[in-house]
Design a protein around this ligand. Structure first.
Ligand code: NDP
Length: 446
């Protein structure tokens, strides 16, 4: 890493102690930026990168609520409004017991560059809570969401900050959050949240967009090498929104997705995942992945507590959570003949795993490029809300495809221009950074 960047990275570490995921995300970006900093001294002169590493605003708040047994529960809520150079802060809300400030900051930091890469007018932010929706009744989830929004509402708005879903926040939670926002503000302000239901301001294709986009990105990477998704044996981790839709798009493109997982283990199905069955278990019943193997019988088996990356495959779409794919897993995958990775999740590969993939010549699409389809389609939802319009599935899907092609090509061209041909990590970080940096330069020291 270049000396100036190293000093700045150390400063970021000192100012944000104990936030290991944030440190990791900052390090990945800094490692890519060497050639930009030497070519553009004006960025350092204006303190662009130092400012980018400091969120514009960080909000932490108490969320009191009453569970079904009548006991008062207290959770902690976060919204980090990281950068608004390109547009209103935009990024999801995560409800998971592991959430703390360092996770929200890593996600918010990534979001700045990802959103810039989409070409849409959106800034970067992220939020969430350490609330665990697992095992909670709908009524408990509703009371929690209402309490969460009772504080959050004063910080967001269609021109200010527009949250969406992430881990633990799907259509049900967005519904409760929107209902409470509408009640408090007495405004039907559809553009304040994305991921809404189709009948009340949502966009077609938004539920599918992240998983679809990741597989489109993989297909595009493969096509630069004369291949495609057709006939690939695909490994997917997770069984939530991103994973299910990655499996769907892989199948549409003629690949066979053979795995899915959750925090208890994974299933491998040699006949290809039966998506209808998996959706029924995970979406309709909020069940566990082991039930898939029980109900599918013959071709499928459940492996408890093990790594899904032990299964041989040619394309991997990690779609669960950060740091789920480490160096050992990467080694196994490469040994087993992997040719491409498109990250559906945010930062699912550790830094060592990423390096190993790049050294082995595996086509590697980092999350901030490969999973940008979700937020891009959220921006399309905002466009429809602003014009009080509803687009067809085909139209929205076509736009998603065009956006993903644009993100892919921008990464590749930028990597070329900065002396790292074929390196999507370098391309994504530099292309995203320059777009935001130029807007910040134009807007002065704010
Ligand atoms: P969901 O909550 O729908 O699904 C998450 C899945 O990942 C579940 O199967 C869950 O299993 C598994 N998982 C979560 N945490 C862990 C863990 N610590 N260890 C093992 N498995 C885990 O979330 P999404 O599908 O929306 O999000 C998945 C990833 O994609 C996240 O990294 C998110 O940031 C990223 N992403 C999501 C976007 C979106 O549009 N939704 C947009 C861009 C990125 P279990 O139920 O057992 O916890």
């Amino acid at each position: 890493m270049e000396r100036g960047l190293e000093n700045l990275r150390d400063e970021v570490f000192r100012r944000n102690p104990g936030e290991s995921e944030f440190h990791q995300a900052v390090t990945e970006v800094f490692e890519a930026l060497g050639p930009v900093v030497s070519r553009h001294p004006e960025y350092a002169d204006a303190g662009i990168l130092r400012r980018m590493c400091e969120p514009e605003r960080q909000i932490i708040f108490r969320i009191p609520w009453v569970d079904d047994a009548g006991t008062v529960q207290i959770n902690r809520g976060f919204r980090v409004e990281f950068n608004s150079a390109l547009g209103p802060y935009k990024g999801g809300l995560r409800f998971h017991p592991s959430v703390y400030l360092g996770i929200i900051k890593f996600l918010g930091f990534e979001q700045i560059f990802k959103n810039a890469l989409t070409g849409m007018p959106i800034g970067g932010g992220k939020g969430g809570s350490d609330f665990d929706p697992a095992g909670r009744s709908d009524a408990e989830v509703m009371r929690f969401c209402q309490s969460f929004m009772t504080e959050l509402y004063r910080h967001i708005g269609e021109h200010t900050d527009v949250p969406a879903g992430d881990i633990g926040v799907g259509a049900r939670e967005i519904g409760y959050l929107f209902g409470q926002y509408k009640r408090i503000t007495n405004r039907f302000e559809s553009g304040v949240l994305t991921g809404k239901g189709i009948t009340w301001g949502g966009s077609l294709v938004r539920p599918e967009a992240t998983g679809y986009g990741a597989v489109m990105f993989a297909d595009r990477m493969l096509r630069t090498h004369g291949r495609s998704m057709e006939g690939q044996r695909v490994l997917v981790s997770g069984s939530g929104n991103v994973a299910l839709n990655a499996i769907a798009k892989a199948e549409q493109l003629g690949a066979v997705a053979v795995t899915a997982s959750d925090s208890s283990g994974y299933v491998v199905d040699e006949a290809g995942i039966d998506l209808e069955l998996l959706r029924e278990i995970k979406e309709a019943r909020r069940g566990r992945i082991s039930e898939y193997a029980e109900q599918r019988g013959g071709t499928a088996r459940f492996v408890a507590g093990a790594s899904v990356w032990d299964v041989p495959g040619t394309v991997a779409i990690p779609s669960a959570t950060q740091n789920e794919l480490d160096e050992n897993a990467a080694q196994t995958l490469v040994k087993n003949g992997l040719i491409a990775v498109a990250e559906g999740a945010n930062m699912p590969s550790t830094q060592k795993a990423t390096e190993l993939f790049l050294q082995a010549g595996v086509l590697f699409g980092p999350g901030k490029a490969a999973n940008a389809g979700g937020v891009a389609t959220s921006a399309l939802e905002m466009q429809q809300n602003a014009s009080r319009d509803t687009w067809s599935f085909e139209n929205t899907h076509d736009r998603l495809e065009t956006i993903m092609t644009g993100v892919h090509d921008r990464c590749l061209e930028t990597a070329d221009q900065y002396g790292a041909p074929g390196n999507y990590v370098v391309g994504a970080n530099i292309a995203g950074f320059i777009k935001v940096a130029d807007a910040m330069l134009a807007q002065g020291v704010v």
